[in-house]
Design a protein around this ligand. Sequence first.
Ligand code: ADP
Ligand code: MG
Length: 421
Amino acid sequence: AYRKGGYHAVRVGDQFAGGRYIAQRKLGWGHFSTVWLAYDTQSESFVALKIQKSAPEFAEAALREIELLSAIAEGDASNSNCIVRLIDHFKHVGPNGQHLCLVIEYLGDSLLRLVKYNRYSGIGLDRVRNICRSILVGLDYLHREVGIIHTDLKLENVLLVSTIDPSKDPIRSGFTPILERPEGNPNGGTVTNLIEKRLKKKAKRARARISERKTSTEGVSVQERSLEGIDLRCKIVDFGNACLYNKQLTDDIQTRQYRSPEVILGAGYSFSTDMWSFACMACELATGDMLFTPKDGQGYSEDEDHLALMMELLGKMPKKIATTGSRWRDYFDKYGDLKRIRRLKFWPLDKLLVEKYKFTEDNAREFADFLCPLLDFAPEKRPTAEQCLQHPWIQIKDENSSSENNEHMEKLETGMGKLKA
Ligand code: ADP
Ligand code: MG
């Protein structure tokens, strides 16, 4: 993808915006962009530089992201505490075209990394609760104050405020910024060279993933212990697909596993579609597994499997809902039964949590009581982020809460107080 219209190849020490920002190392990438840790010579601090692919459709998404993040930042700063802050933006011309660049506050690992770090075994309910609170404060602000639907909530798009591994955190580790391109640049090389490196890395990662999965069943992981005492604050990022609720651009939203039933049915969507994805994320954090992983099979599509999985967990979809939307006839007959998947094996969420994930009965009941209303097939019945923040499960105080955590909670609560006022 390092070609015309694609990613911009960056090397350590590269300068941006007339020398203001200097690339330090790569932080991550998505379908639209690569993200680099950069040093801002003006504010003398580290920032994240999101360099968009150059083709028009990516530029358009970046423009939208800039517009929405600006609208978000215009509100009360404390209310937008749980959403990434846009610092600056500019255009950068490279061999693959003109790239829009967003300068955003530097954040740490994604929640996906956190779950991987814990070997896909769930991160513990206290941590899930803390993270859920941050996300809900962010969503409440987005939905009620700015009227934005995120449309792509998933673990990759929520980042911790600092990294899990302090030695990788430029701020906590006292990393000295690189101000010039190093001699014999370690990240350098031609474009082909870079692609080759990426492919090799990819193969290596795949092997690592396999061995990681293999060891994940060996009981308590070493890394589990290293999470102790980490104050888990997080922020929502990636507004490249977000939209104002009254200016929707497409019906085709959300990453598969986090997609709501109304989107699959083509029945329109609103803020409540984010609440569905939020519930999928919360469950994934708690169990280490994605809640729904649909696959196509003989005689049925991925969509139909997805609807079947939903019904196995949540019960049969009411006929009135199953027979609405522009695509319902692809999946359901006129009685509201799936056309090609006839036998469903019901396994309700509270039972699943106990039987498969070994939750205690109490924990499972309380957590399911929080999640199930969010997974209502009727979008308008789902609680809002504001209502979720009032739920007894979210309000439980941590058993081993540190003073740091309490401080964090106070900050969140002041944010919420302001929202209500
Ligand atoms: P895309 O639109 O291409 O998916 P994202 O905004 O999701 O781009 O960023 C891609 C990845 O880059 C993220 O999953 C994350 O790993 C990393 N990243 C993004 N923003 C930041 C940031 N502010 N601080 C640190 N890492 C970031
Ligand atoms: Mg992303």
